[in-house]
Design a binder for this molecule. Structure first.
Ligand SMILES: Cc1cc2nc3c(=O)[nH]c(=O)nc-3n(C[C@H](O)[C@H](O)[C@H](O)COP(=O)(O)O)c2cc1C
Length: 309
């Protein structure tokens, strides 16, 4: 299956939904640059989401979608809104979207749940989904345990729908690797944070450009909500408190509003700078179109093979 045909894109790339980052304007910029833009609904109430969907539609005539966070308290309302607004594509995070799929399919929406395990991918195919996004633990934001390298082929073997790889992809070599693992396309997050069009604070972009390969860490492994972020005072403090088994309420005081402090205020001490392990590969701020062309051209020219002897 050709992902461009399925999504109506020029490149087989999806911009991952990113809470507080992926506004309607950013999703439209991604779609205009040839990939599939997604509005990140995390942290939005239903009316805010509607405003972003309409803003996106006003800014692009290309297909775009919405990433629905299933743990959002207004998820029922938002699920209905997506059908009402005739959004073309929905991706879902943090759970099983099965009960919403029939109404979305009736509205002509293409549905791509994000999964971190093959067993969940297989279960979801029962609902008539259009594909799955297999996201490895290298990713920025909420993560599972499995690496992209181990996860993608196992998801491909488990399902008979197209598989999109996510996590740890920021250049053509990694796109080629994802294709070798069986993916028909890739979802990108971290490398798009340093695009010219990305509406995050300058300090966030600067921190990403400065990062080395080992400069991310995972907070929340002990609380059941692991999140990959750039190492900073807040992240180190959080993990120290986890090791001391402090109550969840204490930990939450640290993280409450922390992504917003990173995205909007650029607070490098107390912000949660969600970022994947590819942060160490990022060298400069570029226009989205340039990033997509480099990724695609890099993929096409990535002909290195291993010697058999
Ligand atoms: C700042 C940031 C916020 C994110 N927020 C979400 C989110 O709200 N929903 C979601 O499904 N994934 C979220 N993700 C994951 C991305 O959609 C994407 O799958 C991931 O970034 C891909 O891996 P990469 O970071 O290695 O490119 C987020 C990632 C980042 C970097």
């Amino acid at each position: 299956m050709n992902l461009n045909t399925l999504l109506g894109t020029e490149f087989p790339f999806i911009q991952g939904g990113m809470a507080n980052v992926a506004t309607g304007a950013f999703a439209a910029a991604v779609s205009n640059a040839g990939a599939l833009g997604l509005i990140g609904s995390g942290g939005m109430d239903t009316e805010t989401l509607r405003t972003h969907i309409r803003a996106c539609r006003a800014l692009t005539d290309k297909p775009f979608g919405v990433n629905l966070m299933l743990m959002n308290p207004c998820v029922e309302e938002q699920a209905k809104l997506l059908a009402e607004e005739e959004v073309q594509v929905v991706t879902t995070g943090a759970g099983n979207p099965g009960k919403y799929v029939p109404a979305w399919k009736e509205a002509g929406i293409k549905v791509f749940p994000v999964v971190g395990a093959a067993v969940l991918a297989r279960r979801l195919t029962r609902y008539g989904i259009d594909g799955v996004i297999a996201e490895g633990t290298e990713s920025g934001g909420h993560v599972g345990e499995m690496t992209t390298m181990a996860l993608v082929p196992q998801v491909c073997d488990a399902v008979d729908v197209p598989v999109i790889a996510a996590g740890g992809i920021a250049d053509g070599r990694q796109v080629a690797a994802a294709a070798c693992l069986g993916a028909v396309g890739v979802q990108l997050g971290t490398c798009l944070l340093v695009s010219e069009e990305c509406p995050i604070h300058e300090n966030y972009k600067r921190a990403l450009l400065k990062a080395a390969d080992t400069d991310t860490m995972v907070t929340g492994r002990t609380t059941g909500a692991p999140v990959r972020v750039l190492k900073n005072r807040m992240a180190r403090e959080y993990v120290r408190m986890e090791k001391e088994h402090l109550p969840l309420a204490e930990l939450e005081k640290l993280t409450l509003g922390s992504l917003r402090r990173a995205v909007f205020d650029g607070d490098t001490d107390t912000g949660s700078f969600m970022a994947g392990q590819v942060a160490g590969q990022l060298r400069e701020i570029k226009p989205l179109r340039h990033i997509f062309e480099e990724l695609y051209n890099g993929y096409c020219t990535c002909g290195k093979g291993m010697a058999a002897e």
